[in-house]
Design a protein around this ligand. Sequence first.
Ligand code: MG
Length: 500
Amino acid sequence: MVFENPVVKEILEKYRVIWALNHAGALMGWDSQTYMPEKGVVERAIARAEISVLVQQLMLRDEFVSLVERAKSIEGLNEYESGVVRVLDRAISIYKKIPPRLVHEIAKTSQEAQKVWVKAKEKSDYNMFKPYLSKIVKLAREVADHLGYEDHPYNALLDLYEEGLRISDVDSIFDKLIPESKRILDKVLSEERYPRRHELEDLEYKVDIMKEVNKRILDLLEFPWDRARLDVSPHPFTTHMGIDDVRITTRYEGRDFRRSMYAVIHEYGHALYELQIDPNLRATPIASGASLGIHESQSRFWENIVGRSMPFTIKIKSILDNILGFTRKYSTEDLYRYFNIVRPSLIRVDSDELTYNFHIYLRYTIEKDLIAGEINVDDLPEIWNETMEKLLGVRPKRDSEGVLQDIHWSGGSIGYFPTYTLGNVIAAQIKARIEQDLNKLDELILEDRFSDLRNYLREKIHKWGSTFAPKDLLVRSIGEQMNPEYLVAYFEQKYLKHRV
Ligand code: MG
């Protein structure tokens, strides 16, 4: 048995109802983005808000809190038991520190802000959104003050999204990653090593046919259809109701088929993480991925490092040729070039793996300065456009393709963006570790050894759920802290050494 300590066992018993509510909440969240009729949104919002209040109340029940307190002082808990205590203690302390008034105000503000943001983006009118953003920044700052921090209020927000993450960690990643990526990018662009455009971007597909392509690619990856589903939503996402019920989505825009396909492979990476958690952890607080950053490392690993490689292109060529058909007249090399277009773009979600982190860096510096009060929301469009031009040589003409493009801030999420780059950095570290422990990744893919890859990820990362804090999990699984050098080396190898 993984859980033996009687106090921890009692905690887990009492936790089950919280788990059940979260299970219901996840299902409602999935439904609202997939099959719910449009007008269901009002009642669904009420129901979900009530459930999250209930979860908070149950977490803060005196007897539950004191059980967790008691467990904290017990010596000799095994690592799973300690994980349960760590995760619950962290959640309780966050709930306790942030007053319900503030939680309520954030929920209310972001609900309004999201509506306004949609309109502001449509009209490309930053002034419409500005007062809401200003309020959201003020509320985020209040959250930081309530949580407490060392050195900089943004540290509190980083930690909220990624346990233990600090500005110094993020700075040490970007200080290396940005100049090195810039050097590689400049060379790729000036020597035209990878295309900036490809005619396949314009080719249209039929949705039903593309659905079949996606299904066959998931088959290749041995997606367990009896434990997981693929559906359609405007913004692809993954959610899990449990270890044996994981849902992913993708979108079908009718052209540029790689967008739909890579969304599937990305979400597959997220799904695999949840599917490979040790079943003994079922219905406990540690039965989900360790953090946003670690989660994103799994999706990026499959999407970019596996999915956009030459061997994977070779693997899927016949699926594409047989089902889509129009790929037949393109060589494997040409498909590979289409999958790996490098084009400095204004829009984060459209950017390639080489330019993606510049977008995150831009948002990171803005968020950090906003929270510290060093810059003002009035100046954001100008700061955004200037920085974008400096970083990638492109300048937005409208705020809809600049400061208004992301949904995150309108939803109250400040401090979230850096976890995307963490994912990219960690994915490259995992690749390096796999090559040290198993074999060259290219070989593994060519030999269809996807099950070896899955087993490796399960043993090193997935099976633990959130037993360990993300930083501890990394040291344990790959023997090192976050280190951007592996991502730089991967870019160097792929974009400069490898000839296409
Ligand atoms: Mg993701």
